[in-house]
Write a protein that binds this ligand. Structure first.
Ligand code: PHE
Length: 341
């Protein structure tokens, strides 16, 4: 009597494979029939217990059934996989005709724009640009600039000291010394860069800010050249009708010294909140290079003279754009930054 079990197992497997709705379902069918504890596997294992005479025939049928189950599972798996792939493509469809997301390009920082503008003006006047270290020695920042030992700027309160002799430069003036020591006159340079002071940040103070320093040294350089240069600068920067005023001042490294004001372009000189009712806005400090400073770098003040100036980039930018809080430059709020592009 032929054993019907192999064909029954095959029939069962065929039906279940056909009903499997996913490759995961189908895997369960495979385990159920062909797994280590699977129905067919167990059947093959039990062949040793049937009569010897029947064994070849039943064994052959069992092996055929196994091969057939493997084939039908393979075919059904391919079908289900194809369906699953179609479904995935359908549900994750990418519409290539949709407009792309526009990348928003960065803009130059307003301080960069203003600094570049300052540099452009002086390049046009024949000045060269040089940059120097923000970490300076006491010698370049103070000593060589004729700033005496007991000057308040040297106080721990005002200067960031890294050690007794090393500090964060409090102005760009140390570059005057560096360039004069490195070169011989005639010199015409500007020095843009970052400077540091121990100030608490408020609307008009920041512990880090930017300056552009200027220096000209040659035979017969006069205060008149300084005045003409800075008047031209002010008109280029703030408009052709800008009026300037030179006001006597004091710096240890210039003599005589002058601060330069521009007529308040908000009120036209009438007096307002921005110019604090004075009608004038201070834009920079300047003066003739002090003879002692020239001697400090090995120049003969009888032979050469020079002048220097230093301006705050933030201050110029605030005046030019009517910005009333210096902290806006450092907060990186795009609503502020993108207004200047
Ligand atoms: N270094 C001075 C300051 O920071 C500005 C200055 C520069 C004045 C050059 C005169 C000459 O205030």
């Amino acid at each position: 009597m032929a054993d019907k079990r192999a064909s029954e197992i095959l029939k069962g497997a065929r039906g279940e494979a056909a009903r499997a709705k996913s490759s995961a379902d189908l895997e369960q069918v495979r385990v159920k029939y062909l797994g280590r504890q699977g129905i067919l596997t167990q059947f093959l294992r039990s062949l040793s217990s049937i009569p010897v005479a029947e064994r070849p025939e039943v064994g052959r049928e069992a092996n055929l059934a196994k091969a057939e189950i493997e084939t039908l599972l393979g075919e059904r798996l391919a079908e289900l996989k194809a369906a699953e792939r179609r479904h995935a493509l359908e549900s994750q469809r990418v519409d290539l005709t949709l407009p792309g997301r526009r990348p928003s390009p960065g803009t130059l920082h307003p301080l960069t724009l203003v600094q570049d503008e300052i540099i452009e003006i002086f390049l046009g006047l024949g000045f060269a640009v040089a940059e120097g270290p923000e970490v300076e020695s006491d010698f370049y920042n103070f000593e060589a600039l004729n700033i005496p030992r007991d000057h308040p700027a040297r106080d721990m309160q005002d200067t960031f000291y890294l050690s007794e002799d090393v500090l964060l430069r409090t102005h760009t003036s140390p570059m005057q010394i560096r360039i004069m020591k490195a070169m011989r006159p005639p010199l015409r340079y500007i020095f843009p860069g970052r400077v540091y002071r121990r100030d608490i940040a408020d609307a008009s103070h920041s512990p880090v800010f930017h300056q552009v320093e200027g220096l000209a040294v040659d035979r017969n350089i006069s205060m008149g050249d300084l005045k003409g240069t800075l008047e031209l600068f002010a008109r280029e920067m703030f408009g052709p009708r800008t009026t300037t005023r030179f006001r006597p001042s004091f710096f240890p490294f210039t003599e005589p010294s002058a601060e330069v004001d521009v007529r308040c372009f908000l009120c036209g000189g009438e007096g307002c909140r921005v110019c604090k009712q004075s009608g004038w806005l201070e834009i920079l400090g300047s003066g003739m290079v002090h003879p002692q400073v020239l001697r400090n770098v090995g120049y003969d003040p009888e032979e050469v003279t020079g002048w220097a100036f230093g301006m705050g980039v933030e201050r110029i930018a605030m005046l030019k754009y009517g910005i009333d809080d210096i902290r806006l430059f450092f907060e990186n709020d795009l609503r502020f930054l993108t207004q200047f592009a």
